[in-house]
Structures are given as structure tokens and as C-alpha cells.
Design a protein around this ligand. Sequence first.
Ligand code: AMP
Ligand code: GLY
Length: 424
Amino acid sequence: MRVLIVGSGGREHAIALAVARSPRVDKIYCAPGNAGIASVAECVPIGAMEFDALAAFAKEHAVDLTIIGMDDPLVGGIVDRFEAEGLRVFGPRKNAAVLEGSKAFSKDLMKKYGIPTAAYESFTSPEEALAYLETARMPIVLKADGLALGKGVLICNTLEEAKAGVREIMQDKKFGSAGNTMVVEEFLTGREVSVLSFVDGKTIRIMSSAQDHKRAKDGDQGPNTGGMGNFSPSPFYTEEIDRYCREHIYQATVDAMAAEGRPFTGVIFFGLMLTAEGPKVLEYNARFGDPEAQVVLPRMENDIIDVMEACVDGRLDEIDLRFRDNAAVCVVLASDGYPVSYEKGFPISGLERFEGKDDYFCYHAGTKFDEQGRIVTNGGRVLGVTALGRDLREARAKAYEATGWVDFANKYMRTDIGRAIEEA
Ligand code: AMP
Ligand code: GLY
């Protein structure tokens, strides 16, 4: 069969490699893809928001299944567009992708259906938000309602910071129209865990857990990023926690969406905080995490196409989702200065060291071919160096060893990805 993947980051590279492992697939396209994805898929220069061109391409090339990796096209309604053309597509429709696309929607949903989450209030007027903050306890969390490249969350320690945050989000519109509505949320403490799942509208199958490292610098210092590395499984996601989440969070979310007339098909990403009072939902995403996909997918035993087709056809209950009893660690090699300002266009050496090894992966996040056909850096996050091991310790040692195989100017990484496993 022929598969089209929409997106261009490390997540889409991980999806492409998982699709390539399926014996059912004989052709993979990726739009727009990157220099690493080009080694497993034919990259086509169509942007992820060019719905007309993507649908036309899928028809013309007799694509059997299109997989949407990114949030923007999902929230923008690409799935509805493909379905209207009679094309098979994996991902939520627009009315379900709102689970990620609007934080006010997801918070109201959790409140209505009793799904554990931080206490909150939503505001459409900055004056009301400011008045509320005068009486609120600090620290407090401000969230722009809409998509903001993972940057629309401000954690404020003082009233002054919070007031400045309201101005940034609602008045200066730092995150554009995403800030027309703002959620003000109770500050939670605990360990964070990412749990991905497959959903077919009514049934949910949980993938193995992962833990992300969002801050730029060692010791969780520096600004928030898209993610500097992660590992799977999380040793802090115990069986007891899993049981609680299955009972109170996962199926409850799927049932709530169905009850609202917004059946969810695709991947739900549960961003959880393991608080002293139990697990609470920090956020939902309507897609695989990046870099969560890079550590979770290589551990999955099932053929990803079987699972995705079961979601599209509403027969996920027939799938026994299984993960290997191993571990994976991903260390992101970034351009120094990310996420604030950085240079790009530097040639990358050593990529061939990963060829032919099935327990090491070098996912491309921000790379491209230059005019001379060399692979050069093309983003803040450049590569996701990942290794599998029998356990987290072994995977971590192997991943860090492999970060030395590749080089480029201004290469930067955190040195403490997965150090938390020593405390487990
Ligand atoms: P979100 O996009 O909602 O996941 O927020 C991004 C990051 O901000 C999360 O991964 C957490 O580290 C942090 N965060 C979000 N909400 C809260 C909260 N209520 N309390 C503490 N930290 C939070
Ligand atoms: N790694 C977090 C995300 O994909 O949103």
C-alpha cells in the first residue's frame, strides 16, 4: 500500500520509520519531510497547511492512507477535507482536534466530566483576568487558549509577573489570536509523564509511557523548548498510577468526546502531572508527541499500519497493543542558542555511523540538503539521537555514546537527559 505522512520533524521521521517496518507498505511519501526522512520516503515539497495540494497529491498518487503528524493541520481541519474527498486519513476531525486546539475547551470538558485536572478560570477580557489575579495564590499558570508552538504557557511566581503575562498574552498578543481567550490555572507540582494512546472514537489503547525534558539547560534550567530529549518507559509511571488513569482519565476522555458529538479518532497525548493527590491532566494533544514518538514507536511490537487502520475503521477493540520490555533514550542535538536565536546552514558529519544499526536511530528534526547536496542544519532542534537498551541505564549510555558520532558547528545538548532514572 501507499502511505503519505504530513509533517517535517523528528516525530514524522519516527512515524516514517515505523511505517517502513510494515511489510504491507511499498511506498512512503512525506510532505514536506526533511533530509533524514528522505532516506525512507519520497519527500514532496508541499506544506502541511496546503490542504488542496495535499489532497490532490494523495488522489493523483493513489495514496491508501494519509497520516497527519502535526497539530496545525489537524486543528485547521485537514482530516475533514480529506474525508470529503473520499480519502482515508489517520487523525482527528476538526471538531475533535479542538481537544488540543483550545485549552478553554479541554478544561471545560474535564470539569464537566469529572476528569482530574488543575483548578482554573477562563477569561476573554484582560480586565477581568487582572481582577481575578489580585485575589489568586502564587505561583500561578497562564495559558493562551490556542496553539502557540508549545510556548503559550507562562508560570508566574509573583503578582507582577502574572500581570505582565496577561498583557503579553491578551493585550500585546504575543501568541496572536491564540491569546483571545486565556486560562488561569492552579500551579501543580510533581513529576510529569507523557502517555500516548490510539483511539478509534470509542476504544482507547494506551502506549508505553515517556518522560520529556522541556527546559533548554541541564538541571531543568533555562527557557522552555519543544523538548531537549526524553526516555521511555517512565519508571515513575507505576502500575498503580496506570490503573488510576485508566479508571479516571483515559476512557473518560474518549467517552466525554463521544458524548459531546465529537468522537475522537487518532492519537491522544495525555500530559500528566503526578501530584501528591494523584495524577492530573496538564494538557491534551491531538497527535504524537515530539520527541515522545521517537522513543515510544521503536518499542512498539505491532505493525503501525494495522493499528492506524483499526482506528480509522472503528475496530481498535480487535488490536492487542504490545510494547517490548526494553527502554529507549533520545538526546536532542540542537543549535546553540535554541530556543531564542541560533544560526543554521552548517554541514553535519558522521550520519553514516548510524546506518545498519537497529538499536540506534538518528532522527532528523531540522535538516535539509544544501545546493551541493550536503545535509546541513536547518532548525533549532537538529537531530534526535536515540538508542534502545535492555533497560534505561543501558539505553542512556548508548544514546550519549552516539551523540559523539555526529558533529556540526554550534552543536548543543543537555548532558542530563534521563538522569532522573537514577532516582527511580
Ligand atoms: P502545557 O502546554 O499545558 O503542557 O504546558 C507546558 C508545560 O508547562 C508543562 O509541560 C508543564 O511543565 C508546565 N505546566 C503547565 N500547566 C501547569 C500547571 N498547572 N502547574 C505546573 N506546571 C504546569
Ligand atoms: N513533547 C511535547 C509535545 O510534543 O508537545
